[in-house]
Design a protein around this ligand. Structure first.
Ligand SMILES: [Zn+2]
Length: 279
């Protein structure tokens, strides 16, 4: 499932092709994508508009169009945005939406499992409200500081992994980057977040930022369906420290990495570097 680094990778690939172009036509082939809006309603809101900027908030794309219209998209489990050059007749069996641009190129939203979504928001205020009601601090922004993390964690008994996965606290971190960050910070995923000491909060803050930046540097992780706009794979899966490394030696101490369950997700740790909390 794409997380912040995967979405940011696609944003960086799309932006130079989309910004300054006009969306001539939007064809929503799967009505579930735009629910509760009808496909024609969504198309009407965005067709004929210029793309001013391709933005991102957490795991959401925010395609800013003229007239303060925002096309908000989420890839969910298996969504991909593919950029098809003019005169390229490639087809994709999982296309749910086609955006035709004024230079003859096409952007396809392909999505085998069909959980991805799109909607149009009218006005910057509507966009701001949509995000602020769903998403917490943006972890690669200046707002994400050790003090901000400390304030979010204070008094909370939830396990630190579940805390990292909750989008309304920190936006964009998912299963891969939570595991990688907790390993870097030497924190067990089941440790209640409110019990972390000041140094651990500082280590976790740095580890979240470093893990996300490493993922962006590697242009995302392609462990399942994630692909770049040209169909290529990311390479972060080759640089995982612990995620999906069960049975392999810890890159720091050599202890065998184990898999456990935390926050309902398969979770990978080094049992020596990330000691179990005393209950
Ligand atoms: Zn270790």
């Amino acid at each position: 499932m794409p997380e912040l680094p995967e979405v940011e990778t696609i944003r960086r690939q799309l932006a130079p092709h989309l910004e300054g172009r006009r969306i001539e036509r939007a064809e929503v082939l799967d009505a579930r994508w735009s629910e509760p809006a009808a496909p024609a309603e969504l198309a009407d809101a965005i067709e004929g508009r210029d793309v001013l900027a391709v933005g991102r908030r957490g795991k959401y794309f925010d395609v800013e169009l003229d007239g303060e219209v925002h096309l908000i998209m989420h890839l969910r489990m298996t969504g991909n945005l593919l950029l098809i050059p003019p005169d390229d007749v490639r087809e994709n069996p999982y296309v749910r939406v086609r955006f035709e641009l004024d230079d003859g190129s096409t952007v396809l939203f392909a999505d085998p499992r069909r959980f991805g979504t799109g909607l149009a928001l009218l006005g910057d205020a509507a966009r701001d409200e949509y995000f602020s009601s769903r998403l917490g601090v943006e972890p690669l922004s200046p707002d994400f500081t050790p003090a901000a993390l400390q304030a979010l964690a204070k008094g909370r008994r939830s396990p630190v992994k579940a805390f990292l996965l909750s989008q309304e606290r920190i936006a964009g971190v998912g299963n891969i980057y939570a595991d990688e960050a907790l390993f870097r910070a030497r924190i067990h995923p089941l440790r209640p977040v409110g019990t972390l000491r000041r140094q651990q909060i500082e280590a976790l803050h740095a580890a979240v930022v470093e893990s996300l930046e490493a993922g962006i540097d590697a242009r995302g992780a392609s462990i399942d369906d994630f692909r770049h706009t040209d169909g290529a794979r990311g390479s972060f899966q080759d640089r995982f420290l612990v995620h999906r490394c069960e049975g392999e030696p810890c890159p720091r101490c050599g202890t065998t990495i184990v898999k456990l369950r935390a926050a309902g997700r398969g979770t990978y740790i080094c049992p020596k570097c990330q000691p179990k909390p005393r209950s």
